[in-house]
Design a protein around this ligand. Structure first.
Ligand SMILES: Cc1cc2nc3c(=O)[nH]c(=O)nc-3n(C[C@H](O)[C@H](O)[C@H](O)COP(=O)(O)OP(=O)(O)OC[C@H]3O[C@@H](n4cnc5c(N)ncnc54)[C@H](O)[C@@H]3O)c2cc1C
Length: 314
């Protein structure tokens, strides 16, 4: 029989969990103090790519499962998800053997590039097929679909789990940085990411150079130029000097981008935890799903499937 389930958080972790739990026939209410577009999930670049994830079987499976879900969704243009070419490079002198992320890639989704395809300063290049999730389209699409399927959304800050645990069979905690106070979890930290926005170009591929550092994500509304990885920074705002540096990094690699208009910039706070927490808290009816850092979209549906598995097993 369907259970009565409360989810705290309306980001990608909360909404992907709601989506799978609803499919299993449960009665879902999402509580959140903020919704799209005013949440971290909207600030993501957001392409599927394992980033700062420990290389264990659990993480690999979550990433792969999520890749498969997005591959299916990409068949429908209204989702805002598309399969795109990503060029991932390693600079000369920075090669460090077989990169960890290769283990996460589904079979047939990547190839090593030939030396003649690469610029002088690049030692190794990979051409990878990845899902691009246009958050400005996908998050409203998902929220609308969940609402149509009967999921209730309530705007409310939850100060403690006891506000919900008596009224629901399960409480799923997808509150990201909110878990610092909800769970007294000091291992979760904020990692700020700043990005710049250029006017859109439709025939460009995604690009990732972690050493420069530079990533380029061409969406329908803008080209996202990233980015920074600033641990323990809590201010959700950009700094002009940093944005200038990010743009110069992009112009150095792709001079034609200088022709694009600068549309603006934004910053978001990644909810980083050394280990993503997806588990049932013993002797309670609480299940946690938080701490996805810079990979929340990459992990989302795998973690949601784990949450659904825990619910069905209890
Ligand atoms: C610049 C940038 C680029 C990124 N690029 C990528 C990328 O390319 N690929 C990728 O996979 N990931 C990327 N990420 C990471 C990704 O954005 C996050 O991992 C993801 O958004 C986390 O989702 P979440 O649902 O866990 O958290 P959030 O989106 O932060 O949602 C948390 C929800 O919980 C609610 N909440 C919190 N506390 C409470 C409370 N006490 N009561 C009620 N509600 C509460 C909030 O209101 C919100 O609704 C990027 C992040 C940034 C900042």
């Amino acid at each position: 029989m369907g259970k009565k389930i409360a989810i705290i958080g309306a980001g990608i972790s909360g909404m992907s969990s709601a989506s799978l739990l609803k499919e299993n026939g449960h009665d879902i209410t999402i509580y959140a103090n903020a919704f799209s577009p005013n949440i971290t999930s909207n600030k993501a670049a957001a392409f599927w790519f394992p980033y700062h994830i420990r290389n264990d079987k659990r993480g690999i499976n979550w990433c792969r499962q999520t890749y498969m879900v997005y591959t299916e969704m990409a068949k429908r243009s209204e989702t805002g998800i598309s399969m795109r070419k990503l060029i991932k490079v390693q600079r000369k002198g920075m090669e460090d053997g077989e990169p960890v992320w290769i283990d996460f890639m589904p079979k047939g989704s990547m190839r090593m590039m030939h030396a003649y395809e690469l610029p002088e300063d690049i030692a190794i290049g990979y051409e990878v097929q990845v899902p691009l999730i246009e958050t400005q389209i996908f998050l409203p699409f998902l929220q609308k679909k969940l609402t149509a399927d009967g999921v209730k959304f309530i705007q409310q800050e939850i100060k403690g789990f006891t506000e919900l645990t008596n009224d629901y069979d399960f409480v799923i905690n997808c509150s990201a940085l909110g878990s610092r106070s909800l769970c007294n979890d000091t291992s979760i930290i904020s990692v700020r990411g700043q990005v710049a926005l250029l006017s859109p170009l439709h025939d460009m591929h995604l690009y990732l150079d972690n050493e420069k550092p530079l990533y380029i994500v061409p969406r329908k509304d803008a080209i996202i130029i990233g980015g920074t990885y600033e641990e323990h920074v809590e201010q959700e705002q950009t700094e002009p000097v940093t944005i200038h540096r990010l743009l110069n990094n992009a112009y150095e690699t792709f001079p034609f981008l200088k022709e694009q208009k600068v549309l603006g910039s934004w910053a978001g706070l990644r909810p980083y935890r050394p280990e993503v927490r997806v588990e049932h808290e013993t002797e309670t009816n609480i299940i946690h799903n938080y701490g996805h850092g810079g990979s929340g979209f990459t992990l989302a549906f795998g973690c949601a499937a784990e949450v659904a598995k825990i619910v069905e097993g209890l």
